[in-house]
Design a binder for this molecule. Structure first.
Ligand code: ATP
Ligand code: MG
Length: 420
């Protein structure tokens, strides 16, 4: 026997038994984004590697370790499977001059790829829904994005989610802070681990992100970002907090929230839960006023977030929301080995009436077909025996309750099958 081929590690199949949960999620997302006036944009899954290096930052975990980058052997281009959507979304908006028409509220969804160690809630192909507001200075739009998230949690029936926010200040104040931080870290060089030393000059803010227990003391004593903020950013942050308070949205200020991508400034936020173990961040985002210019556009303020679909689906399940999973109305049982004209006609009629119908295929006796009907999850079996065809009627047998089978005219049957 040939050796069986399996899916790539960390890349999941989504099987039919899960489909109703994904459909519920996708339907809820569509209604939600439309309610806030966001429009869909679909970008390719592959982009030029430079796009991510330039936007996410060369010295970040994503770019250094997690990207699926390969050479297009046909022309020598370096390409990358997208690890996130913001850079692609901004690239597409610029390429098609969307911003000429004014600010844009956009959203996208789809698979993202990161070469991480697979574990619960962490995969190499995973899905995100991302929302981006391009061309708005905020902080009203920052607040809108956060309010939107809170609304979505309600629509999805999830609870136990907490919001953390912080501000990174302006690009200028970060440069100033960066040099203060480097100065501090240089004084404590002997206490830094190898990774921290490597990042000392390239990305010192990331040093604060180190989980190494031996470094926690020097991280704790490091000069804080919040004490080094510029006035405008402070005002922006105060205003955002005021709107959130007015809107009844609880939050915690976490000055250590640095995020794994370099393009953020001012507002950053994360929604997390304690119900999913270690991978508890379900949604993260912030302001990225410099990114449009960095990718080659005119300076344009912007703000957005992305959420991890697999983690959200796991949380929906944790919160016990019931999602009905059968959409099949009718399983049609018929006489004879091959289905004949009247059978096909009846089935066609029922489908045109909006019913979801499986026509039994593969022959077999009445009993065997009935077994299949019971196993199918359909609400009704419709029986088309010779008697029924002769009399121009159908027999309807409810499969989920103890109700007697009835013989009934086809047109009349539609109401019964639809449950009206
Ligand atoms: P984490 O800290 O969990 O690695 P991140 O900061 O790298 O997350 P972002 O780049 O902000 O994640 O992506 C937004 C969201 O996408 C995350 O909050 C998470 O829900 C989801 N996500 C990120 N990486 C993965 C992954 N490898 N598998 C599944 N979901 C992921
Ligand atoms: Mg990560």
């Amino acid at each position: 026997m040939a050796r069986s081929i399996q899916a790539v590690r960390g890349m999941n199949d989504i099987l039919p038994d899960q489909e109703h949960i994904w459909e519920f999620f996708e339907q809820t997302i569509r209604e939600w984004v439309v309610a806030y006036g966001y429009r869909n944009i679909r970008m390719p899954i592959v982009e030029h590697t430079d796009l991510f290096v330039r936007s996410i930052g060369a010295v970040t975990d994503i770019v250094e370790k997690e990207m699926y980058t390969f050479l297009d052997h046909l022309n020598g281009d370096s390409l990358t499977l997208r690890p996130e959507g913001t850079a692609s979304c901004v690239r597409a908006a610029l390429e098609h001059n969307l911003l000429y028409a004014g600010p844009q509220r956009l959203y996208y969804s789809g698979p993202m790829f990161r070469h991480e160690r697979p574990q619960k809630g962490r995969y190499r192909q995973f899905h995100q829904v991302g929302v981006e507001a391009l061309g708005y200075t905020g902080p009203d739009i920052d607040a809108e994005l956060i309010v939107m998230c809170a609304d979505l949690w309600k629509r999805l029936g999830i609870s136990n989610v907490c919001l953390q926010i912080s501000t990174l200040g302006s690009v200028e104040s970060r440069i100033l802070y960066r040099s203060r931080l480097i100065e501090y870290l240089e004084k404590n060089l002997d206490k830094l681990d190898e990774d921290a030393r490597r990042r000392l000059y390239s990305n010192p803010l990331r040093v604060l992100d180190r989980k190494n227990p031996e470094m926690q003391e020097i991280i704790g004593d490091a000069p804080g970002l919040l004490e080094n903020l510029d006035e405008d950013s402070l005002r922006h942050s105060d205003k955002l907090q005021q709107i959130l308070i007015d809107q009844g949205i609880e939050f915690e200020i976490n000055p250590r929230l640095v995020r794994g991508l370099d393009y953020y400034n001012r507002t950053v936020f994360e929604w997390g839960t304690d119900k999913l173990g270690a991978q508890g961040t379900i949604c993260a985002g912030g302001r990225y006023d410099g990114l449009v210019e960095q990718i080659g556009g005119k300076p344009t303020p912007a703000c957005g977030f992305a959420m991890g679909v697999e983690r959200l689906l796991a949380l929906i399940a944790e919160c016990g929301k019931e999602i009905p999973n059968s959409v099949l109305d009718v399983y049609v049982i018929h006489h004879g080995e091959s289905t004949d004209g009247p059978t096909w006609k009846t089935v066609g009629y029922l489908r045109n009436q909006g019913l979801n119908v499986i026509l039994h295929c593969g022959g077999g006796g009445f009993k065997a077909q009935m077994k299949k009907a019971n196993a199918s999850g359909a609400r009704f079996a419709v029986i088309l025996g010779e008697d029924e065809i002769q009399a121009g009627v159908i027999s309807v047998k409810p499969l989920r309750e103890e109700v007697k089978q009835v013989k009934i005219g086809l047109v009349e049957a539609v109401g019964l099958l639809k449950g009206i």
